[in-house]
Design a protein around this ligand. Structure first.
Ligand code: SAM
Length: 277
């Protein structure tokens, strides 16, 4: 009987963010295919797991997949992990899974951390519909084109971004979406310096630039077009009502008319108060 491939999600920072199921699987398999053995060794040592590791990364994925298929056909069980989070999500593994599906080998996901899900869940942006865009192109002209394609998208947009490019990406986003579109930077999630900041793009750029927030690992999110429109409506309504209504009553009325979450309305009130000095 052939073996199974387990796609095992591992922590994105905090080593405690791993499931009992994942640990059981890592302890039980014959081999762990990983992006960077040094990185994975740290995790395994933390949980006292000793297993042979095999390097599986972007540049050897096709060749290595054939080799892993042979082992699976010999009945060996294999776990695939990446350096952080869920394998295949902006990480290697797709060619392997596609091949194994064609060959009728069982592929079993062991669910766990994923930076984009963690960021979205705590972003305050709409979660019903979203589009995960992975990394934007490194070349600026292509990056701008990509953003332009998304300008009318009503879903929350989620990107992975490297710290050395985030400032330029924010400037490109301002060029395409305008200064006022709400966006979020979710930095160093689950780690010591975790920071999640929601601001209009213009202010978000200033904050990153001023406070040197262009460090560590970053998920960048942009509010969808429709909810952005709703956000403008909500801000306008607040400005009209604020001289007459306050506190809970104000928030209830604005929520009733716009459907925007209480948390977002309170933030908007805070911002309007700050702006008016
Ligand atoms: N497979 C991973 C996952 O499930 O999230 C993502 C791998 S991708 C190569 C690495 C990118 O994920 C980073 O550049 C960053 O954008 C994001 N990321 C990973 N860990 C993060 C963290 N702790 N905080 C914020 N972003 C993170």
């Amino acid at each position: 009987m052939s073996g199974k491939l387990y796609i095992v999600a591992t922590p994105i920072g905090n080593l405690k963010d791993i499931s009992f199921h994942a640990i059981d699987v890592l302890k039980s398999v014959d081999l762990i295919a990983c992006e960077n053995p040094m990185h994975t060794t740290k995790l395994l040592q933390h949980y006292n797991i000793k297993k042979p590791l095999d390097k599986f990364f972007d540049h050897n994925e096709k060749e290595k997949s054939k080799y892993l298929l042979q082992l699976l056909n010999q009945g060996k069980d294999i776990a695939l992990v990446s350096d952080a989070g869920t394998p295949l999500i902006s990480d290697p593994g797709f060619n392997l899974v596609r091949l194994l599906k064609l060959e009728g080998i069982q592929v079993i996901p062991i669910a766990g951390p994923c930076a984009m899900v963690a960021a979205l869940s705590a972003s305050g942006l709409e979660t019903n519909e979203f589009s995960f865009e992975g990394f934007l192109p490194a070349k600026q002209s292509l990056r701008v084109k990509c953003l332009q394609r998304l300008v009318l998208d009503t879903r929350t947009l989620i990107f992975y971004e490297s710290p050395h490019r985030i400032q330029q990406t924010l400037l490109d986003s301002i060029q395409v979406f305008g200064l006022m579109r709400i966006a979020v930077i979710a930095r160093e999630l689950t780690k010591q310096f975790e920071t999640i900041k929601q601001l209009p793009l213009g202010q978000l750029y200033q904050w990153v630039h001023r406070d040197r927030q262009d460090r560590g690992e970053i998920v960048f999110l942009i509010q969808g077009a429709e909810s952005s429109h709703r956000h403008h409506e909500m801000t306008d309504l607040l400005k009209v009502l604020m001289p007459y209504l306050h506190g809970k009553k104000l928030v209830e009325v604005v929520r009733e008319y716009t459907g925007v979450s209480k948390q977002t309305i309170y933030k908007a009130i805070e911002r309007i108060n700050q702006e008016s000095g």
